[in-house]
Design a protein around this ligand. Structure first.
Ligand SMILES: NC(=O)c1ccc[n+]([C@@H]2O[C@H](COP(=O)([O-])OP(=O)(O)OC[C@H]3O[C@@H](n4cnc5c(N)ncnc54)[C@H](O)[C@@H]3O)[C@@H](O)[C@H]2O)c1
Length: 324
């Protein structure tokens, strides 16, 4: 069995456009019903802000792997000098169930998350039609997920991206892994400065209560990765509400669940990723319409991205082999 740790994964060059294509391929398999993905259970005990989630899935097509990601989130770890999130994924050969690869690092989960965001950004930009330029992006929360999103944004938008404004409640230069000066990046001191008037806004905080109530720029795209930042009334500004999976995302006190409870948001008011990538949900998107994407995080994408890394690891002979 291949064993890939964070050094292995980090040594494989990240091609964000390719990774976004892997997500598109996985969504197409979902559109063809060539997948299986039970609702994921959350394991909680003692301190209920902690959780460990089991995420099993099968994804067919060219990817053709099943497997599971087992991901722990312990927010208090940051004060102990440990990372918040830790994950182990196992990839099983689809036709035999034989475990072929184990990936022991949460970075794969972050890469999957940013690749999904990247696929949605590409699709929305494509649907808007006109040549995009001088785009301004904003982000709130610059931990590992925020940092991967910045890398993805810069790779996918290239020189159409003029500036990224970043707010974090921790000082920018103290953030793990963050370089103090990043070309095109402006650290700001409030979320308002990060968000007002931007074309693309990404949340990657661990906020436990919503605070984001700013009127968005017409035509902007809001990528609610951390899912607990927007007040329910923000829904009134949104013309197209995208979810990855309604049943997954409308629970666990996410902004979508709060919008459902307080504002009557219903599944039929939203579109999912299969609607977006396979059923033309963006076909009539107007330049001025505000789009919001709310991803709970889907196991099929973890398996798809894991399988991409497994193939790359084989190609580049990067791994440790574990004996049965
Ligand atoms: N939707 C998905 O598919 C998906 C997948 C992975 C992670 N996530 C979510 O992404 C978020 C970020 O993950 P991470 O691993 O980077 O977490 P982290 O805890 O390591 O980092 C979070 C960062 O946000 C900052 N922060 C906290 N509250 C803030 C606030 N109110 N305003 C601005 N900054 C704030 C912290 O200082 C920290 O730098 C988490 O909420 C996680 O659950 C979502």
């Amino acid at each position: 069995m291949y064993y890939l740790n964070s050094k292995h994964i980090q040594s494989i060059p990240r091609d964000w456009n390719q990774l976004a294509l892997v997500i598109e391929e996985a969504v197409r398999c979902m559109g063809n019903e060539d997948f299986a993905q039970p609702v994921k259970p959350y394991l909680r005990y003692r301190n209920l802000q902690n959780r460990i989630i089991a995420m099993p899935a099968f994804i067919g097509g060219q990817i053709n792997f099943s497997g599971i990601k087992w991901i722990a989130s312990f927010p208090g770890n940051l004060e102990k000098g440990e990372k918040r999130a830790h994950s182990v994924s196992i990839l099983n050969e689809a036709d035999t169930g034989i475990p072929r690869c184990m990936i022991n690092t949460a970075i794969i989960s972050g890469i999957r998350t940013a690749a999904v965001t990247g696929a949605v950004i590409k699709k929305v930009m494509e649907a808007r039609g006109t040549e995009q330029k001088d785009l301004v992006a904003g982000m709130t929360g610059f931990g590992p997920i925020g940092q991967l999103h910045l890398e993805m944004l810069q790779a996918i938008l290239g020189n159409t991206l003029k500036e990224v404004r970043i707010f974090d409640i921790r000082p920018f230069d103290e953030l793990a892994g963050a370089r103090q000066t990043i070309s095109g990046v402006r650290p700001v001191s409030t979320f308002e400065e990060a968000s007002d008037g931007v074309d693309i806004f990404i949340t990657a905080t661990v906020s436990d209560k919503p605070y984001f109530n700013r009127p968005p720029k017409p035509g902007s795209l809001h990528l609610n990765v951390s899912l607990r930042d927007y007040v329910p009334d923000f829904m009134d500004f949104v013309d197209l509400m995208i979810v990855d999976d309604w049943d997954e995302v409308c629970r666990e006190k996410t902004d979508i669940e709060m919008m459902a409870i307080h504002k009557g948001l219903k599944k039929e008011d939203t579109v999912n990723l299969v609607d977006v990538f396979c059923n033309g949900a963006l076909d009539r998107l107007d330049q001025h319409e505000v789009v919001m994407f709310n991803p709970m995080g889907m196991a099929v994408f973890d398996i798809a991205i894991g399988a991409w890394y497994y193939e790359k690891a084989k190609e580049l002979a990067i791994c440790t082999i574990l004996e049965d």
